[in-house]
Design a protein around this ligand. Structure first.
Ligand SMILES: [Zn+2]
Ligand SMILES: [Zn+2]
Length: 327
């Protein structure tokens, strides 16, 4: 079986000698139809994020068709198209039991601490393979998982219709977050230095932040760069809520004094919680309210995956890779 594997930093190959996946009792086997490339995959590719073993199967934002099931999974799911929720929480620990599966310490993070999905076929625990209607545009599925991340951050922040929000970054995450805000009837105002990315956000209905724009009570940080956050602080009004989605190991660029005197609320938002965040995000696309495909730019054939990874950082939007045999 074919899979795209990392053998060393920046070195990817399409291997064809991987063992055929065998489903455990509660698992399904999925034939890959497409996969989005995300910043965390690029960190793995570049050697910035260590993986447990090499060769390492890459990727996590996958959709495909169920081809077989384990003994405990009803066979009716065979033949259905599914989108994968690529964080397999244990569903039994204290965090999972209180609904915060994103904090599960035993979580299998696909492509990071568990093998990736950029393979002809792979296994997934059945509860993490969400059946989707046939008529959905597959490009919306290729960008669906990062949309769920963005939408969950918006949901956790508690923003409502009519509110204005400063969004830092218009990469895939910033774009999808703006889309989620727009779907809610909120008004995203975007800070982005890359002109093409900014233009994409504006085309979506967001506003480009002007030099004098301030007084924001909502901020969403998607760049993962502490200096971007530092530069945006003067634009906030007292009592603002800062929702951080981008990851940076640098300390926050603000003092306790600024937080206290500014009456600020700082909130982190990591991925999504199983299963409701994935399910409700699916309603958004089946009801035609959002189209995560807006985040995509370039599609590559499976055999060209090494080139897709090498070129991804240079693209204004998100790269995705088609399943083998789909051209
Ligand atoms: Zn991702
Ligand atoms: Zn858990």
């Amino acid at each position: 079986m074919k899979a795209v594997v990392l053998t060393a930093p920046h070195r990817l190959t399409v291997a064809d000698d991987l063992p055929e996946p065998v489903p455990g009792p509660g698992e399904v086997v999925v034939a890959l139809e497409g996969l989005g490339v995300c910043g965390s995959d690029l960190s793995v590719h570049e050697g910035h994020r260590a993986v447990p073993a090499v060769p390492w199967v890459m990727g996590h934002e996958a959709f495909g068709r169920v081809v077989s099931t384990g003994s405990a999974v009803p066979a009716q799911i065979v033949g259905r198209r599914v989108v994968v929720e690529p964080n397999f929480a244990c569903l039994e620990c204290a965090d999972c039991r209180r609904g915060l599966t994103s904090a599960c310490p035993y979580r299998a993070i696909v492509g990071m601490n568990a093998p990736g999905l950029l393979a002809e076929r792979f296994t997934v625990p059945a509860p993490f393979a969400h059946v989707v209607p046939e008529e959905l545009d597959v490009r919306d599925l290729a960008a669906f998982e990062p949309y769920v991340v963005a939408r969950t951050a918006v949901k956790r922040s508690g923003i409502s219709k009519g509110e204005r929000a400063l969004v830092l970054g218009a990469g895939a995450q910033g774009l999808l977050l703006s889309q989620s805000l727009l779907a809610l009837g909120a008004e995203p105002v975007v800070v982005e230095l890359h002109p093409e990315r900014l233009a994409r956000a504006v085309a979506l209905g967001a506003t480009a932040a002007g030099d004098g724009d301030g007084g924001f009570l909502r901020l969403y940080e998607t760049t993962g760069a502490a200096p971007a956050l530092a530069a945006a602080l003067p634009r906030l009004a007292p009592g603002a809520t800062l929702t951080l989605v981008g990851l940076d190991t640098a300390p926050l660029p603000l003092t306790m004094d600024q937080v206290v005197r500014g009456l600020l609320t700082i909130q982190g938002s990591l991925i999504y919680d199983h299963p409701h965040d994935f399910r409700s995000a699916l309603d958004d696309i089946t009801s035609d309210r959002v189209h995560p495909s807006v985040a995509l730019t370039t599609r590559y054939a499976f055999e060209d995956a090494p080139r897709a990874f090498a070129e991804a950082r240079g693209q204004a939007g998100k790269t995705w890779i088609a399943g083998p045999g789909t051209g």
